[in-house]
Design a protein around this ligand. Sequence first.
Ligand code: PEP
Ligand code: CO
Length: 460
Amino acid sequence: MIAVWSGRMNTRHTDWEPNSWRRKNATQQVAYPDPGALRSVVEQMSSLPPLVTSWEVERLKRNLAAAARADAFLLQGGDCAESFDDCNGAAIAVKLKILLQMSVVLIHGTRKPVIRVGRIAGQYAKPRSKDQESRGEVTLPTYRGDLVNRSGFSSEDRTPDPELMLRAYERAALTLNFIRALADGGFADLHHPENWKIRFAEGSQQQAEYAELIASVRDSISFMEAVSGADFSTLKQVDFFTSHEALALDYEVAQTRTVPRREGWYNLSTHFPWIGMRTAQPDGSHVEYCRGIRNPIGIKIGPAMTKAWLTELLDILDPDREPGRITLIHRLGAQKVDDLLPPLIEHVKALGRPVLFCCDPMHGNTETTEDGIKTRRFDNIRHELERSFDIHSELGSRLGGVHFEMTGEDVTECIGGSSGVAEADLSRDYRSRVDPRLNYEQALEMAMGIAGRLRRLARG
Ligand code: PEP
Ligand code: CO
């Protein structure tokens, strides 16, 4: 039997309980060969400590509500799929570093607090468009992320193994532990932008603009230190939150808890779960699960989303119209954003809902090269972002956040940017097992572009 949780029920959702999703249609779920082994793993996880706390979750919700009111800006980013192999100190540190550096650039551009959210410490499961993968004569179940099965191409590798859920939970805990230590101690070089690697700008058209931006970030830090009397390099406690797609519901439910002196249930495996495009059916299991938890919820919005579908999702997931509860993450693609974003904004306006809009410029811009390599073009990513900022602004709305797939390392997965990754370079250092990520320089350059855009918008 699945562990039974004691505690108060969320009074608003008396027909909801952590396992009510099992009565609905679950897409993208996995057939574990041994249900007994699965139950035992879920029971073990249910008694292990939570990874995050309810007060952190509530603080993030308040911050997201502020972003929806234009008083803050959301930066969300990280791997498409985290891998267990990447759970090491150096890789975690560079992921945190690029996110923090981008956030400093964005604070400078927006003059507002930036909410930092990693796709980290739990982004181990992936939705897939095909259940099977064939190579030559052999057909096996697809790889669904390290939480589910293994990426090698053998029957043993691809058989779903519930023990991997425990490994995912442990790695998420190790990752978060190190992030908390780093964020607490302060990252000294954050305060020395002159040391940031912006080689990519050398010789590019934007060289002067980027150099000026870095100098001006440095000046702002010095100015703030002068007026506040604080040395920023000793600043403690950078706020940092985690997010992942709420996909593997057995994993999510094992960390779904009530807490003393608070109403309702929290998913304490992450601060900010989101519902992906492939699992957003209003009558499906993922929406059912998410409706009953108190966390802020992200909803990915792809080109297939309709007005009626979105209305229904919002009615189910946010009946109370709670500020900070819903972030709509639109990922429409550079080609479609002009046609599809205005009606989306107008529709949400007509519904009068307090949502936060965030742009994911990655998932609508994935393409496959002639050599069969999955990639994304820097220019398409930037174009979708710029158009999104402008369209929101033209319609009296506001883009309050960005969502990237990126890494702090010098991988060659996306094409373009001033550092000039060409199609021919892709095979040089392509590590992602699923979607292509911006590398360190591409990510920082993207943040600089957004900062420039935001300052221009602010000047009108
Ligand atoms: C993702 O964020 O990795 C993803 C699969 O996104 P979407 O659901 O928007 O396709
Ligand atoms: Co992805």
